[in-house]
Design a protein. Structure first.
Length: 409
């Protein structure tokens, strides 16, 4: 449960690198969501193939995030973060060089794993050093949204005024920012020195026991429900990260304005994340999470019905408000449920579940768009996600113990 008092203050020199790691790692997908779909469309790739390429970033995180999280718990989070972030920084500029779509998919898979492990590491560092305080959770979430706020317009400007190479250079710099931030995070984030050991070659082989433990962790009712909700939340985000910029480009918006719309969403998210302590005084954290997830689905699904930049901006702002309120609650509830000894595995479990949604959503939406048109695909995907959320809500109403478990966090 988020708290506002009674916790020992953490020095700013400890807080700031964690906030910076979250700033770069969580927003890398948002920055790429402006550049990669536009580049794919510019070289004549079909909508279905765009969905496949965008979704490919989720394949390796889905398969190996739990393994990577277990490594972080065993050998320390920072060195895994640094290595994986540098991998993303290297492979991203290679995308326009190779051009061949199968090779682009392979690079996208490597980048997806690198950026996901950076984000898992940032969550782990937050959980070990800052979790439990509404103040720190709000600040962390604020920085996450601030990254999504500032990155897309920078990428859009680079695309419009520098070109393809400038835009992909921005992506590489963003990934490198994760590694630099991790270098300044205190060693306390790695956990107890008695529990850590050096990385060995055998550690690179996934262990079945790690996956089994993750399944048992997900069986806890409150955590299971929050995982399902966050999958729906990420699925809605995948719409924005894939075909949202393509649709806006089709109706005549330049890349700079597309970036501003994504920024508008993140701006309200940054502000609303600081309100989480206030809102949970009047509604349980789980129900705040449910209603804001409904909102995030609704406001992206109605995109084709909106006319003009200002209406699109209003919907993006309202969606950002919903996203900002929900994010600190997700991080806090899941971190507390995982326990201090398995924070990285808990974050990896959430990432694994989210990667399913992030992979399936753009591929499904691309297929629907091929048959019924891009505009209709927003409505079809939105209706499906809303139906799942309705079923989750019914389950929570029938199981008061789930809401109680989330309140206890």
């Amino acid at each position: 449960m988020l708290k506002t008092a009674g916790l020992q203050p953490v020095p700013m020199r400890t807080q700031m690198p964690i906030y910076a790691a979250g700033f770069f790692s969580n927003s890398l997908v948002d920055v790429a969501s402006v550049v990669l779909p536009l580049w794919l469309a510019s070289v004549g790739v079909s909508t279905a193939m765009i969905g496949l390429v965008v979704g490919a970033r989720n394949i390796l995180p889905f398969l190996f995030s739990i393994h990577g999280g277990a490594l972080m718990d065993r050998v320390g989070v920072r060195q895994i973060m640094i290595g994986c972030a540098l991998m993303s920084a290297v492979v991203l500029p290679l995308v326009p060089v190779v051009s061949w779509i199968p090779a682009v998919i392979a690079l996208q898979m490597l980048n997806g794993y690198g950026s996901s492990m950076g984000w898992i590491g940032a969550q782990t560092c937050f959980g070990r050093l800052l979790s439990g305080s509404a103040t720190y959770a709000g600040r962390f979430s604020f920085c996450l949204r601030l990254g999504s706020f500032s990155g897309p317009p920078i990428a859009g400007l680079a695309w419009d005024y520098v070109g393809v190479w400038g835009a992909f250079t921005v992506l590489s710099i963003w990934a490198a920012g994760i590694a630099v931030s991790a270098m300044f995070i205190t060693t306390d984030a790695d956990g107890s020195t008695a529990e850590r050991r050096k990385l060995r070659w055998g550690d690179l082989i996934p262990r079945l026991s790690d996956y089994r433990d993750a399944v048992f962790m997900a069986a806890e009712p409150a955590m299971q429900t929050v995982l399902l909700i966050t999958v729906m939340r990420i699925a809605a985000s995948s719409v924005q990260d894939s075909f949202y910029p393509v649709y806006l480009h089709q109706i005549g918006l330049p890349a700079t304005q597309i970036g501003l719309l994504v920024t508008c969403c993140s701006a309200l998210g940054a502000v609303s994340s600081l309100w989480v302590g206030y809102t949970t005084r009047y509604m349980s954290p789980l129900w705040v999470l449910i209603w804001t997830t409904f909102g995030s689905i609704f406001f992206v699904s109605i995109t084709p019905s909106l006319d003009g930049f200002w209406m699109l901006g209003a919907a993006a702002a309202l969606r950002g408000l919903c996203m900002g309120l929900s994010q600190p609650l997700m991080l806090s509830i899941l971190a507390d449920a995982a326990g201090s000894g398995a924070l990285a595995r808990g974050a990896a479990l959430r990432t694994t579940a989210n990667r399913v949604a992030s992979a399936v959503t753009p591929i499904s939406m691309g297929s629907v768009a091929t048959v019924a048109g891009l505009g209709a695909s927003f409505y079809v995907i939105g209706a499906g996600l809303a139906l799942v959320m309705a079923l989750i809500s019914i389950r929570v109403m029938r199981r008061p113990d789930i809401d109680a478990g989330a309140r206890e966090g």
